[in-house]
Design a protein around this ligand. Structure first.
Ligand code: PLP
Length: 438
């Protein structure tokens, strides 16, 4: 019996022993083409020499010193890099490092609240997010998540939050509605919600710039985030961009929000930041937030033992150097265009593929029972899980999700191949996925 407390206490799993480029290798020597990198984590594949070396060098120099007393070269350098590459308008922002996306979301919520308190806006406590959505497993991040299935057991422990609809084009855009009109209608839900709660009581709005969790990969309709920014500015509400999954190059720009032409007040990032080589996440506050804290208490009312860990930040800095030095954002755009075209060609007319959506190297096929009516398969049939199992049997890993536990969305298969994928690997991914769905 395994004494590891895992997500499934009943299923057995192969033990993983190595990685080579885009491939994972299990204890029996079976090779799996990793088409999702966990969930958009392993952006550089599994054997990046430069990142490994940076981590080893730092371990051999110094692993840990208390960040209440010391800063370190890598935390400083990485923060300079992230702020310099952040969407225009971020100004002289600052970055805090944590261990996971959920922790980053907790820190973001607390930072937003502290900003208002520093300004004497103590009534501003309501958080608005979207549904469906997923922002993490810890109690604050889960409270924000519009995910009925994950929330149900813990409902009595969750702070009250408010939700508007996620921009789920496939199911919510009317047939006679332009994308711009759809985006405007969806964004205006935020204004209505703020007015219903009383603007003076609202703290922040949380949304992924390109959805990854819960809906599959869903870019926002053009103009949506410009209107969101306008509404937030009008009512003094902060916008928290959750870039835990879509950030760090995954959609073809370092920050996904860059492509929407706005900046966030607070941005979280995680998975692609360490690319799986180190567990590291970050929360970036823009200048407005930092200025308010400096003018107020001057203190951040949040902290963790391992924040700014030198080994983790050294690894993440090396990941950024790889992205820059090897021109990987361009590779994401080129391979992403190939992936998009191949998915449409191979699955665009498939009887059970209702929608194909995404951006960069971040794509999803939504599987439905009936293409004409968009009716999903019954949740109990676990179609996404079965597609994952069939692909794994064939030597490829993809990420399954059932958008909504209540059956109001189809099964999603998420693809997030590494940025270093070859054209041949992209072809194999699409062919293996199609065979698994068949
Ligand atoms: N936010 C988003 C958008 C995510 O996709 C996830 C994880 O999948 C999280 C937050 C939570 O990150 P973590 O699992 O590292 O705690």
């Amino acid at each position: 019996m395994s004494h590891v407390l895992r997500r499934s206490l009943t299923a057995s799993q192969p033990s993983i022993v190595g990685g080579e480029g885009a491939y994972l290798i299990d204890e029996h020597g079976k090779r799996y083409l990793d088409a999702c990198g966990g969930a958009a984590v392993s952006s550089l594949g599994h054997d990046n020499a430069a990142v490994r070396k940076a981590i080893c060098d730092q371990v051999n120099t110094l692993a840990f010193a208390h960040t209440g007393l010391f800063t370190n070269k890598w935390a400083e350098e990485l923060s300079d890099y992230l702020v310099a590459h952040a969407p225009e308008g971020t100004g002289e922002g600052r970055v805090m490092y944590l261990g996971s996306g959920s922790e980053a979301m907790e820190a973001a919520l607390k930072l937003a609240r502290q900003y208002h308190v520093e300004r004497g806006e103590t009534d501003r406590a309501h958080i608005i997010a979207r549904a469906p959505s997923y922002h993490g497993n810890t109690l604050g991040a889960l409270a924000v998540s519009g995910h009925a299935g994950r929330r149900a057991t813990f409902a009595p422990l969750l702070i009250e939050t408010h939700h508007i609809d996620a921009t789920y084009n496939y199911r919510l855009q009317h047939t006679d509605e332009s994308e711009a009109a759809f985006g405007l209608r969806m964004a205006n839900q935020l204004e209505a919600k703020i007015l219903a709660l009383g603007a003076e009581n609202v703290c922040a709005f949380v949304a992924e710039p390109v959805v990854g969790a819960s809906l599959g990969t869903q870019p926002a309709p053009a103009g949506y985030f410009k209107r969101i920014r306008e509404i937030c500015d009008t009512y003094g509400v902060l916008y928290i961009a959750d870039e835990v999954m879509c950030g760090m190059g995954r959609t073809g720009s370092l920050f996904a929000l860059e492509q929407e032409g706005i900046c966030a007040d607070i941005t979280t990032m995680a998975k692609g930041l360490g690319a799986g080589y180190q567990p590291i996440a970050a929360v970036m506050a823009n200048q407005k937030i930092c200025d308010a804290i400096v003018a107020g208490s001057g203190k951040l009312w949040n902290g963790h033992t391992y924040m700014s860990h030198a080994v983790a930040t050294a690894g993440a800095m090396a990941v950024m150097h790889e992205i820059d030095g090897r021109n990987l954002l361009e590779a994401v755009r080129a391979r992403g265009a190939q992936l998009e075209a191949a998915l449409h060609e191979r699955l665009g007319q498939h009887a059970h593929v209702g929608d194909i959506r995404g951006r960069g190297l971040f794509w999803t096929a939504e599987i439905v029972e009936n293409r004409a009516t968009k009716a999903p398969f019954a949740v109990s049939r676990n179609i996404a899980g079965r597609v994952q199992a069939a692909a794994m049997q064939a030597g490829m890993i993809c990420y399954p999700a059932q958008g909504c536990a209540d059956g109001t969305a189809g099964d999603h298969i998420l693809l997030a191949p590494c940025f270093t994928s070859t054209a041949g690997e992209i072809d194999i991914i699409v062919e293996t996925l199609a065979a698994a769905i068949d």
